[in-house]
Design a protein around this ligand. Sequence first.
Ligand code: ADP
Ligand code: MG
Length: 272
Amino acid sequence: MIMTQTVELVRDAGGDIASTSPENSPLAIRGLTVTYGEKPAVFSVDMTVEPGKMTAIIGPNGAGKSTLLKSALGIVPPVSGRVQVFGRPLEAMRARIAYVPQRASIDWDFPTRVIDVVMMGLYRELGLLGRIRGHHRTVARDCLDRVGMGDFADRQIGQLSGGQQQRVFLARALAQDADLYLLDEPFAGVDAATEKAIITVLKSLRAAGKTVVVVHHDLATVAEYFDNVFLINTRKVAEGPVAEAFTAETLQAAYGGRLATAQIDQLAAAKV
Ligand code: ADP
Ligand code: MG
């Protein structure tokens, strides 16, 4: 059973993560357990996100990656555990977190313009009944420009491709002007141009000192895109800089038989 096999591989990473404490971490999770039924989806997980870095959350399907993010955001209540955001309880810090959910099959039957979707990111600033002013439209358009969707502001969101919609959701997160960005599989099912546009934006956020955490499914691009990794398979498997925590050993522990050994060796060797 998963619960017992990986314990010895759990390492509290060295380097900068070790010097990141719950007080100065953008997201510090302790002893988090989440269940939907009887079986835990996330079990006793500790996570300490390093500020100003890009961290990939990695693990097989059903490993609890989305649940971990949702629970960190208070969307799914945990059975036990504690979440601190910049050293404070989540409730006090929500406005500093932007979240791009795993692309759901949302039916956009209700006509909604792209610019209005982005403007939703400003609701915290506006208040639900606040008046939208020219300034807000300018901010929203600027965010669309940053994701290469400036020309689509007046289109209906339902008419866009999946990749274009994903860019719009990223623009909405940008409009929030948060300090911690959580994205759930933003590259799933998008075209190469969109992937490139998204990673460029994420790197610019990092350059501006923001912290980015991404559930990521493409193991081949982990070393290229990310500073740190967090491997999970219900339990935490490993956490740390890519060079230390993304190894043949940790991949084997997280994926087991789901990845061929040759593939694991290749992935682990590919990083510089
Ligand atoms: P991942 O994102 O790593 O693929 P999830 O966090 O979505 O994994 O799911 C973890 C486990 O919890 C899976 O076994 C999944 O079937 C289960 N699960 C996820 N969401 C729900 C839900 N709303 N109700 C019941 N079970 C769920
Ligand atoms: Mg998921």
